[in-house]
Design a protein around this ligand. Structure first.
Ligand SMILES: Cc1cc2nc3c(=O)[nH]c(=O)nc-3n(C[C@H](O)[C@H](O)[C@H](O)COP(=O)(O)O)c2cc1C
Length: 158
């Protein structure tokens, strides 16, 4: 039986009833991470979740499955802008960020890159990673001719 959030962390029996329990327990924004399908995205809407993070946990839990960018379009198609859709998994370059935004993500997250920066050079390393990604993304936007984030859309991937 799942009796606490800590117990639930690696509990395969966690159900949407349990999600409802967490939802009812707080007014804080509640995001669910680890979604890869349209069906689960719809469930998030049905269960009043505030946002989702499309993620395969860096490929560690489901490494032979689809990449998260492949999963993104069907999820965006269900969500239709009603709640924020974030994504992570393998974002290493500005072009990766551009592609995710063009496919409809509201934001991207990074995991290992900042940890590598932290392990190598501490705070400066983390800042360097963020600067590199921002500079590359900015360069990609310039090359595509998109002056604002709002202008980035699927037409740029054709
Ligand atoms: C060492 C390590 C431990 C992780 N542990 C968890 C975890 O306990 N729960 C979780 O949802 N994701 C976990 N993740 C996945 C990250 O939260 C994140 O989804 C992933 O690292 C993003 O991909 P990226 O590292 O390619 O940017 C872990 C990732 C790493 C590298």
């Amino acid at each position: 039986m799942v009796s606490s959030i800590k117990d639930a962390e690696f509990e395969p029996a966690v159900t949407w009833d349990y999600v409802d329990k967490i939802r009812a327990s707080t007014k804080m924004k509640l995001l669910i991470k680890g979604l890869e399908t349209a069906e689960d995205a719809q469930r998030c809407l049905d269960h009043q979740i505030d946002g989702i993070i499309v993620s395969n946990h860096g490929g560690r839990a489901s490494e032979t499955g689809r990449g998260t960018l492949e999963c993104l379009p069907e999820i965006v198609n269900v969500i239709k802008g009603r709640i924020p859709v974030l994504i992570d998994g393998g974002f290493r370059r500005g072009t990766d960020i551009f592609k995710a935004l063009a496919l409809g993500a509201d934001a991207i997250c990074i995991g290992r890159p900042y940890i590598w920066g932290l392990a190598s050079f501490g705070q400066e390393g983390v800042e360097a990673v963020l600067k590199m990604l921002t500079a590359e993304f900015s360069m990609t936007m310039r090359q595509a001719g998109t002056a604002s984030l709002k202008e980035i859309n699927g037409n740029y991937l054709a």
